[in-house]
Design a protein around this ligand. Structure first.
Ligand SMILES: O=C(O)CCC(=O)C(=O)O
Ligand SMILES: [Fe+2]
Length: 299
């Protein structure tokens, strides 16, 4: 059907029309039905080498970065949320991460889930070498008490950089869990992680490098134990609603990064946020940018 600029869903029409143009309308249907979807490389519109460029950059970081520069690495493996290494604050570490954030399919899925006033929440690489234990079942709504808002407050759009299969430690998703509006309990860890949830409630994501795994912040997910050798990595580009405090502090993003990304990147990293003011108070024009979110969850 033809989609007009309907007032009662203000903010959705443009996002939905863009999704149609990009050929990712069925991905929205899958996301609604199951809580997650996979956009294959050919539908992202990104250059073919985007995944290998990101992976090469991470391999370089893995060689050069002092592991103890990352706070989590000061803790034992058992205490850490995920096995292996994570690389944080990526946006300004290589231009490829700017392109990955500004990709139209990424932004359309983010705007669909978080409304048009969406913000960048974090950009983090999950990098594992050799065999690896599972990451526990969780959802990405860190610090949000139940009941989680039925519309999510955060979402995850992840660039897959290496082949994702069960044996390479891919994501395990619980289809439909996005409707439960709560975090999994300790009894809802899958049997393959030592819990009581029957394994067939969890499904592995199969995805080629350059794919996007997209899921809501309410969707329960874990990872399968990695039994295969070699590197396995994805870059999670996470977005949030305008009223959520982003996980990363973007105040140090250099002007050159904002120039490459354009005005929308500046907005995504909070340069137009109404929050964060001092004695001069908030700017009316910045407050106006979130006004549509008062009316609908798509604004
Ligand atoms: O790769 C992992 O170990 C965990 C990934 C994850 O939970 C995420 O991207 O949200
Ligand atoms: Fe997660």
């Amino acid at each position: 059907m033809e989609i007009g600029d309907w007032k009662s869903v203000a903010g959705m029409a443009e996002t939905y029309r863009t999704a149609r143009e990009l050929g990712i309308e069925t991905n929205i249907a899958e996301l609604e039905a199951f809580g997650f979807t996979v956009i294959p490389p050919e539908k992202t519109g990104a250059p073919r080498d985007i995944a290998s460029r990101m992976l090469d950059t991470l391999l370089d970081m893995a060689r050069k970065e002092d592991e103890l520069a990352v706070e989590l690495n000061k803790h034992s493996d058992a205490e850490k949320p995920a096995y292996g290494r994570q690389f944080f604050h990526l946006l300004q570490r290589d231009p490829v991460f700017i392109d990955a954030t500004m990709n139209p399919a990424v932004r359309t899925m983010a705007a669909y889930m978080m409304g048009q006033s969406y913000r960048l929440f974090s950009m983090v690489a999950f990098y594992k070498e050799g065999t690896a234990r599972s990451t526990h079942m969780h959802c990405d709504c860190v610090g949000v008490p139940p009941p989680l808002p039925a519309y999510s407050t955060v979402c995850n759009v992840s660039w897959v950089l290496t082949p994702y299969r069960e044996e390479t430690g891919t994501f395990g998703m619980v289809p439909g869990s996005h409707r439960l509006c709560r975090h999994p309990t300790q009894f809802e860890q899958p049997q393959f992680i030592g819990g009581m949830l029957e394994n067939d409630n969890v499904v592995p994501i199969n995805a080629e490098p350059g794919s996007l795994v997209v899921f809501t912040g309410n969707t329960w997910h874990c990872t399968y134990p990695k039994t295969a050798d070699g590197v396995r990595a994805h870059v999670a580009t996470a977005f949030c609603r305008n009223f959520i405090a982003p996980a990363e502090d973007y105040s140090d993003v250099p002007d050159g990064v904002l120039e490459r990304g354009g005005p929308e990147l500046a907005r995504l990293v909070g340069r137009k946020a109404w929050q964060g003011y001092g004695e001069s108070g908030p700017k009316l024009e910045n407050m106006a940018l979130v006004r549509a979110a008062y009316q609908t969850q798509y604004g």
